[in-house]
Design a protein around this ligand. Sequence first.
Ligand SMILES: *Cc1c(COP(=O)(O)O)cnc(C)c1O
Length: 401
Amino acid sequence: MTEIFTGSFTQQEPIPQDGIDAAMAVLQHGRLHRYNVVEGELSETALLEQEFAAQMGAKYCLAVASGGYALATALRAVGVKPGDAVLTNAFTLAPVPGAIASMGATPVFVGVTEDLVIDLDDLETKLPQSKVLMLSHMRGHLCDMDRLIAMCDAAGVKVIEDCAHTMGAMWNGVPSGRQGIIGCYSTQTYKHVNSGEGGLFITDDEEIAARATILSGSYMLYERHLAAPGPEVFERVKYVTPNVSGRMDNLRAAILRPQLRDLEAQAIRWNQRYDTVEAGLHDTPGLTQITRPDKARPVGSSIQFLLLDWSAKAVQEVISRCAARGVELKWFGGAEPAGFTSRYDSWRYAASTAMPKSDRILAGIVDMRLPLTFNLEDCALIARIIRAEVGAVWQSGAACD
Ligand SMILES: *Cc1c(COP(=O)(O)O)cnc(C)c1O
């Protein structure tokens, strides 16, 4: 009998009941705007910021409209100007180069390794080209952060972390997003907490925090923040920082607070799913698994493997055979951007130089979501299907056609 998987790869869990209750309370009082508070009231948004800062061990936190907005705000807050070069990963998603381009700045792409992290040797040669690295922990893979930070510090390059896929992850026991000068997170539906849209921004730098707060559209109401620097810091920046509205509202914040309290438990559940699929794919001929450094504790909300040096036709064959059995794989090597996936050379607004070593890896990356609505039996079944279909195409010899 041919096994078929019938689950949905895009179905997340419901919002926890205490999130629904908190959202109902906001709807009932009607004060959705974060600065719309009655005497003595602390807004859901301000409380979310206070709690997330404490959870991450950061001094300051700002809640915003999206992860992409957090990234663009980070660039503005560190002083990136139109025409500046900003280093970033070749293997990432469109909002990252998009945030850089939205500033009129120019992305300079850094290659990817077989472990799916930024190529630190390539980075080393490119560091002199820029003062800022927007580091994307794409699909939750953390590079050797000790080496990266040492290199960037030595070169005077500021690191902005894109933690859209590493909320809840750790490097050497420290939350991801705390190694760089700014950590940016997304609370969009497909990330680790779900408010539909939303983003979070953390830093220990008081001036960056004040600038980001004004940028986000705080008008002169910044004293209503609970995780922002004191008024004296705002005095220094308030006349020279434009308002680029992108605030979070109280409804989203209300939904997020209970989810953030569950983050560690959810990370463990995700990693059980990841480990189950990973174990099921061990030693599949033709398939290369991704190794991760011992110091990394990722959150396995998706899994990747490589079909390295396979022909495009054979990769496509694996993807369609798996799709026919209900397993939705995404391929990063496709010539045309599809769904959420695209390649650095499909972002044609940003000039790029070919990176043959990275191109070889990108051409082999196969990617799959692991929503928490899958149970461990689902994950084992998915792994059996992938294993069988990769094996069938591999044995037919089509992989090298
Ligand atoms: C989702 C995502 C973002 C931005 O998030 P939005 O909230 O959708 O703007 C940034 N980087 C990566 C890698 C992402 O996947």
